[in-house]
Design a protein around this ligand. Structure first.
Ligand SMILES: C[S@@+](CC[C@H](N)C(=O)[O-])C[C@H]1O[C@@H](n2cnc3c(N)ncnc32)[C@H](O)[C@@H]1O
Length: 202
């Protein structure tokens, strides 16, 4: 995987054990601003069914549910799903599912919104992931990817995100996958600048 690929951390070993739990807790403390931004940009309401791909500790899932949507959080890491369930409690509007973007365990055209926060840079296969998201979105459905804005050439933890150029490359890949209206914007809803890519399933 080259450093400029949008999934430049596809070889990450995954989150597990006590370390995975601690990282999940840190994500849950740090992820509020991005979760609110996702819900604002997607204009989530009680008319929506949202799928959060790579939901981690579930911060954006809970945000969408607060706005009245039915929400499914999908993640391949059992430790993240356990943490998400513990932090959320029993909420009838929320479902948690073990899975990854490359083979989403969801029905065709079953969602009005799909988002993936701080996760695309870990996807193993971007082409397969975009095809799956297009499959599960209903016509007119909104897709949103958010990544931390990182400096070109950043290494280590500081590289977990996208440069503006990677955001633009992902928007081009969305168009190539058959989405329309692909846009890239930078937002700073909290302390960190974020790259936001939006696209629509025709
Ligand atoms: C940095 S965490 C972000 C979690 C959450 N979206 C947030 O913003 O708090 C990345 C998440 O993506 C998940 N992930 C990794 N590879 C994935 C894949 N191929 N499909 C879906 N999720 C994946 C990880 O298990 C992890 O929970």
């Amino acid at each position: 995987m080259t450093a400029d690929a949008v999934n430049h951390h596809a070889d990450h070993p995954g989150f597990a054990g006590v370390t995975g739990l601690l990282i999940g807790l840190i994500m849950s403390l740090a992820g509020g601003a991005a979760a609110r931004l996702a819900a604002d940009v997607a204009s989530v309401s009680n008319a929506d069914r949202v799928i959060d791909v790579g939901c981690g500790p579930g911060t954006a899932v809970r945000e969408a549910a607060r706005r009245g949507a039915r929400v499914t959080g999908v993640d391949p890491a059992p430790v993240m799903l356990r943490l998400a369930r513990t932090l959320t409690g029993d909420r009838p509007a929320i479902t948690w599912v073990d899975g990854a973007v490359e083979a989403l365990p969801e029905r065709d055209a079953s969602a009005t919104v799909v988002w993936s926060l701080a996760t695309v840079h870990h996807w193993r296969d971007v082409t397969a992931g975009l095809a799956e998201i297009k499959r599960v979105l209903a016509p007119g459905g909104r897709f949103l990817a958010i990544e931390r804005l990182v400096r070109p050439g950043a290494t280590g933890v500081a590289s977990h995100g996208w440069t503006t150029q990677q955001g633009e490359s992902f928007a081009a890949q969305c168009l190539a996958a058959g989405f329309t209206d692909a846009r890239v914007e930078n937002h700073t809803p909290g302390r960190r600048a974020l790259v936001v890519v939006t696209a629509v399933r025709p």
